[in-house]
Design a protein around this ligand. Structure first.
Ligand code: C2E
Ligand code: CA
Ligand code: CA
Ligand code: CA
Length: 274
């Protein structure tokens, strides 16, 4: 019993130290990801059902660790936020989106918009709006070509100030989307005050596919004159039901997985008959 106890301690101890070392290396590696050119963007089309075309593509960040593969932003954005690295990384994303735009508009038409995820630490940077405008102008694009995706949690943290910034951004021509809608804890009354153009119904609601919940969200969107995207649509049954309920836009693996701009196919709507 004694030796078992000791070996268990040993294991725990090693696992603990391993964790520390990994986190330490991770931060250093992340620190150099821009200069080492390890970041890249994947794009996922957002399909508008009534216009029957791709109206927008969402830029999704990837960190290429070579042999270790591509790291999802869900794993490194929190570290980047903690260390402040999210600011240069976020600026890299905006610049790269601008540089990819010619290829994107060649595929999806000149009116296509790019959705860019903006995290809290970026948004709270003092000169966020000015920097954003400067990069876009430098690269020859305009705000109307962008859709900035922010989360409910981000907005709720500092409601008044963030709403003022969102209002300013919209006046300049940016579209604003509320991402992961329904996963936060804000009341509908407050949501109605946030200056947005659109909300994205979180994948968890699409998985549950409760018709009462989804149609209530769609009715609310219509009443508030907001566009809606259903996120994470993976199968035909989900798609059929969403289209049936009149959901305007669809995003998910069923339509197209996120991938490099060169690989993106000409996306059509899946044939609902077959
Ligand atoms: P998100 O903005 O909610 O993005 C949707 C996530 O769902 C993406 O994961 C996407 O690849 C994935 N997804 C799309 N369709 C489906 C589907 O049909 N089924 C399933 N299961 N998943 C689907 P990803 O690319 O790993 O990104 C994770 C999160 O990281 C994003 O969630 C976003 O919050 C954040 N993120 C991504 N790119 C950036 C960025 O450039 N800047 C910042 N600040 N955050 C980013
Ligand atoms: Ca998003
Ligand atoms: Ca989302
Ligand atoms: Ca999400």
């Amino acid at each position: 019993a004694k030796s078992r106890g000791r070996s268990r301690y040993h294991l725990y101890n090693e696992a603990f130290r391993y964790d520390q070392v990994v986190k330490f290396d991770y931060e250093i590696a992340l620190n150099q990801c821009i200069e080492r050119e390890e970041l890249l963007l994947h794009y996922q089309p957002i399909f508008n059902a009534s216009r029957s075309k791709v109206v927008e593509v969402e830029a999704l960040l990837r960190w290429n660790l070579g042999h270790a593969g591509l790291v999802s932003p869900a794993d490194f954005i929190p570290v980047a936020e903690e260390t402040g690295l999210i600011v240069p990384i976020g600026e890299w994303v905006i610049r790269q989106v601008c540089r990819d735009f010619p290829k994107i508009s060649e595929k999806f038409g000149p009116d296509v918009r790019i959705a860019v995820n903006i995290s809290r630490a970026q948004f709270e940077e003092e000169h966020f709006v000015e920097r954003l405008n400067a990069i876009i102008a430098e690269e020859g694009l305009t705000p109307a070509q962008f859709d900035l995706e922010v989360t409910e949690t981000l907005v709720m943290r500092n409601l008044e100030e963030i709403c003022a910034t969102l209002k300013r951004l919209r006046e300049q021509g940016y579209m604003i989307s509320l991402d992961d809608f329904g996963t936060g804890y804000s009341s509908l009354g407050i949501l109605a005050q946030i200056p947005i153009d659109k909300f994205k119904i979180d994948r968890s609601f699409i998985v549950q596919m409760n018709p009462a919940v989804i149609s209530a969200l769609l009715v609310m969107a219509r009443a508030m004159d907001l566009d809606v995207v259903a996120e994470g649509v993976e199968d035909r049954d989900q798609l059929l039901r969403l289209v049936d309920m009149g959901c305007p836009s669809i995003q998910g693996y069923l339509i197209c997985r996120p991938m490099g701009i060169e690989d993106l196919p000409d996306v059509g709507f899946p044939d609902l008959q077959s």
